[in-house]
Ligand binder design. Structure first.
Ligand SMILES: Cc1cc2nc3c(=O)[nH]c(=O)nc-3n(C[C@H](O)[C@H](O)[C@H](O)COP(=O)(O)O)c2cc1C
Length: 258
């Protein structure tokens, strides 16, 4: 039984649900990998998502054992029968995708050439322990790993997960619509400008006036009367702090209150 890690992998469509991974031709000897040979022989596979707990055994599964060696046994993972396809699933993985292979696209015939395995997901098995209250995958519970260059990996954990508001249903004003002095601030970063440009409208004059009465803001404004440079610096610093906390509306009010 063949089991191999593939980091050249992604989801490319949801209707039909298509994953693609790429077992490339070996650089040494220009031979093809067993995974490729197997999907050409039997156009089915199971994609098992790898979590932090699985990473060392997964790496072990990348050893080029001779064809016929059971890589479940070598890596110590547990095979369980799939429901729709012949290859088994990895019991330890919280997301197992049973797929049929629609097409294999060779990207060349020289050493290192990729082979796109276009796999349509027919059945997903998702461990309930990684779901949130709404039944969606909870990124904090998944404990994903990402493979980077060389021997480097990243453990996707609460320390390095962050959110970016999706501009799908809204039409952001764009960075070009941000007033010049804000757009050219020495304090605000490109990320900050992206956040500011993602709002649909600037706060109303009324909302800005209200904000100028907030004790913290009033104090800042009073302390910088006649010193517009310091005022701008202080306001931009305050706005940056709010933006870094994801409080975009408030940041806009701070920036326009001066
Ligand atoms: C984390 C990790 C990711 C890998 N990703 C790929 C990949 O995307 N494409 C590839 O051809 N080989 C990749 N490899 C190497 C293959 O896993 C290795 O060549 C494979 O186990 C060959 O086995 P097979 O001949 O049984 O298919 C990766 C190895 C590791 C450890």
């Amino acid at each position: 039984m063949n089991l191999s890690p593939f980091s050249f992998f992604n989801l490319f469509g949801t209707n039909p649900p298509i994953c693609i991974f790429s077992p490339s031709r070996r650089v040494r000897g220009n031979t093809t990998k067993h995974t490729l040979e197997n999907v050409l022989e039997v156009p089915e596979c199971v994609i098992n998502i790898v979590t932090y707990d699985m990473v060392q055994q997964t790496s072990l599964a990348s050893v080029e054992y001779p064809k016929g060696v059971n890589e479940f046994i070598k890596s110590g993972f547990t095979p369980i029968a799939s429901e729709l396809v012949r290859p088994p699933r990895v019991a330890e993985s919280p997301v197992q995708l049973e797929c049929v292979v629609n097409e294999v696209k060779a990207l060349g015939d020289g050493p290192g050439a990729g082979n796109l395995v276009i796999a349509e997901i027919k059945l997903m098995h998702i461990d309930e322990r990684i779901l949130d209250a709404e039944g969606r995958i909870d990124q904090l519970k998944l404990e994903h790993v990402a493979r980077l260059g060389g021997d480097w990996y990243c453990h996707v954990s609460k320390d390095n997960l962050f959110k970016v508001a999706k501009p799908v249903r809204t039409m952001g004003i764009g960075v070009d619509a941000i007033p010049y002095a804000i757009r050219h601030s020495k304090i605000l970063t490109g990320n900050n400008l992206g956040q500011l440009g993602n709002v649909e409208a600037l706060p109303t004059d009324e909302a800005i006036d209200d904000y100028s009465q907030f004790p913290e803001i009033k104090e800042l404004l009073d302390a910088t009367i006649g010193d517009s440079q310091t005022r701008e610096t202080q306001l931009h610093l305050k706005a940056k702090q709010l933006l870094d906390e994801g409080r975009v509306e408030e940041a806009w009010r701070v920036l326009l209150v001066g």
